[in-house]
Design a binder for this molecule. Structure first.
Ligand SMILES: NC(=O)c1ccc[n+]([C@@H]2O[C@H](COP(=O)([O-])OP(=O)(O)OC[C@H]3O[C@@H](n4cnc5c(N)ncnc54)[C@H](O)[C@@H]3O)[C@@H](O)[C@H]2O)c1
Length: 312
């Protein structure tokens, strides 16, 4: 299967490349960034910006993928620092990706949506169908991406699917999201023995370990379309408090000191998001179920981060 990943140099894209390479896919990437070290062999790399239609159209035409994973985006914290750039990358970029798919016969577009589509004042846990009133430019552009993909499906029959990811955790460097504090606790805790967390200890947000996230994407992509009752699905895994993450790190990394100094801007964004997600539609339609809880994730993650930062 020929697959193109936009934003394939990022946190999710890099891990998905290795995952799909292991499954025998023929892979291409389109990204403003160049290829990272340790790229699987045979990956074709197109360098360009998704908000430049000609660059993206030429790449999709040349790569001729059956499936596009559209990941290129500016995330929540980065987007608030550069809202106009975020608008261009996330709004124009998503329209261009859908248009390229329509023009060049791509069968399926997989979209990485987010809990940032939600705003404050929603039920706990938050189900799929609620009023979407995001407070960030990132959330606004992701709501628009969900809706635009649904339009391409109705109007032109494009097989558009996606998940609303919680904050994602892997052995890598976070990409500028508001939920990055959890991963920084592990990375800085192992590297420097301490971390000053930018949200308070009771802060709670849906999170997920990367192997679950990759499995969700592939399982959703492979589900027969007749089983799917919607385009976009909530998926859930864990919702520990920041203090519970800190305890999980301390249990595994001796002498770590985690302190808290709240950054009001990022705390406000986090507080506007759900504490827990209701993923019953994904469970019913395509059998979604997370495999990693906080302990299982931490046991797997800590040795990988030790290797990444070279501290044993
Ligand atoms: N990481 C998370 O916790 C999380 C949670 C929910 C949803 N998502 C979504 O998943 C997708 C991937 O996220 P990630 O964590 O890998 O982000 P990331 O920031 O690590 O990677 C994004 C990639 O997009 C590329 N990019 C940015 N602007 C571009 C442009 N104009 N043209 C081409 N490439 C561009 C970057 O170079 C980078 O390689 C995003 O759409 C994001 O909204 C991520």
């Amino acid at each position: 299967m020929k697959i193109l990943i936009t934003g394939g140099a990022g946190q999710i894209g890099t891990d998905l490349l290795h995952h799909l390479h292991g499954k025998g896919a023929k892979l291409s990437v389109f990204d403003v960034a160049g290829p990272p070290e340790g790229l699987p062999p045979g990956v074709r790399w197109y360098r360009g910006s998704v908000d430049n239609p000609s660059e993206l159209l030429d790449a999709v035409k040349d790569a001729a993928p059956e499936v596009v994973y559209h990941f290129a985006a500016l995330l929540s914290a980065t987007g608030e620092a550069a809202p106009h750039r975020a608008y261009a990358a996330n709004m124009d970029g998503t329209r261009n990706a859908l248009e390229a798919a329509r023009l060049f016969g791509v069968r399926q577009v997989m979209f990485a949506s987010t809990i940032a589509v939600f705003g404050p004042g929603l039920p706990d846990p938050v189900p799929d169908d609620v009023p979407l009133q995001p407070s960030t430019i990132y959330g606004v552009t992701k709501v628009a991406g969900e809706l635009l993909g649904g339009y391409y499906k109705r109007k032109w029959g494009l097989d558009f699917r996606g998940v609303r990811f919680p904050g994602l955790i892997n052995a890598g460097v976070p990409g500028g999201g508001t939920t990055d504090y959890a991963l920084w606790m592990y990375v800085e805790g192992i590297r420097n023995g301490k971390y000053e967390c930018y949200v308070g200890p009771e802060s709670t947000c849906p999170m997920m370990y990367m192997p679950d996230a990759l499995r969700a994407l592939v399982e959703l992509s492979e589900t027969p379309v007749s089983r799917l009752k919607r385009c976009i699905y909530n998926i859930a895994a864990i919702s520990p408090t920041a203090a519970e993450f800190a305890a999980a790190v301390k249990k595994r990394v001796r002498g770590v000191e985690i302190t808290y100094k709240v950054d009001p801007a990022r705390q406000a964004i986090l507080d506007s998001w759900p504490r827990r997600l209701d993923d019953s539609c994904a469970r019913a339609d395509w059998g979604w179920k997370a495999a990693y809880d906080l302990d299982r994730m931490s046991d797997d993650l800590v040795p990988k981060i030790r290797k990444m930062v070279g501290v044993f």
